[in-house]
Design a protein. Structure first.
Length: 211
């Protein structure tokens, strides 16, 4: 079962925009998930991110881009209903941004999704959503977990369970269905790395300047 864990859920309680009283709240963008932690359990993982407009004018999204260290693990973000160069979300409406994750390396992937819009509640109209995933299942040259082998920092002893689902195992355990224990990123991380120079709640700073 594919799971995506949300470390923070942003909730807005602004009043409705209809009725006799005028509403002067500008377009306000809210993701239902940020950061987004992918718990990789299949070869390709897809998740829709809900985007809400809590303002009283149309929210216009004019672009979506993936940035970060490993672009090839993540597919081009897809804006549901995107046409003629923009996605328009009416007041109190919602739309979806779909992101696919097909990891190509054993190490963790940390990227961020940037949505460009006319929203008034984010700097320059750019909403930044950190996304991270645990990497691919190890290949035939992966380091085996044995009594004398220690996994590198950030990796644990894991075993592939036939269909790319990863399970933790003990060093030196006998193979199950031909699958040895190997050093691999944990199936889920505690948090995603923060984009450099961006203030986003719920993520952690990189461990070093090159992280």
């Amino acid at each position: 079962m594919i799971r995506a864990l949300a470390l923070a859920t942003l909730v807005s309680t602004l009043g409705a925009c209809d009725g006799a009283d005028p509403c002067d709240v500008p377009p306000t963008i809210r993701p239902n998930t940020s950061p987004l932690i992918v718990c990789q359990q299949t070869e390709v993982f897809e998740v829709p991110i809900l985007i809400e407009n809590k303002g009283c004018d149309d929210l216009v999204i004019t672009g979506a881009a993936i940035r970060g260290d490993i672009h090839e693990s993540f597919g081009t973000p897809e804006l549901a209903g995107f046409s003629e160069g923009e996605l328009i979300i009416p007041p109190e409406g919602e739309g979806f941004v779909r992101v696919s994750y097909a990891p190509t390396t054993v190490s963790e992937d940390h990227i961020w999704l940037t949505l460009k819009s006319n929203a008034a509640n984010v700097s320059g109209g750019d909403l930044v959503i950190p996304i991270c995933g645990p990497g691919a299942t190890a290949g035939p040259n992966a380091v085996a977990c044995v009594e004398t082998t220690q996994c590198a920092e950030g990796l644990s002893c894991m075993r592939s369970n036939g269909n790319s689902i990863l399970r933790e195992c003990m060093p030196g355990e006998e193979a199950v269905d031909g699958q040895e224990c190997f050093c691999q990123a944990r199936q889920c991380m505690n948090t995603c790395r923060c984009p450099p120079g961006t203030d986003v709640d719920g993520c952690q700073d990189p461990p070093d300047a090159g992280g």
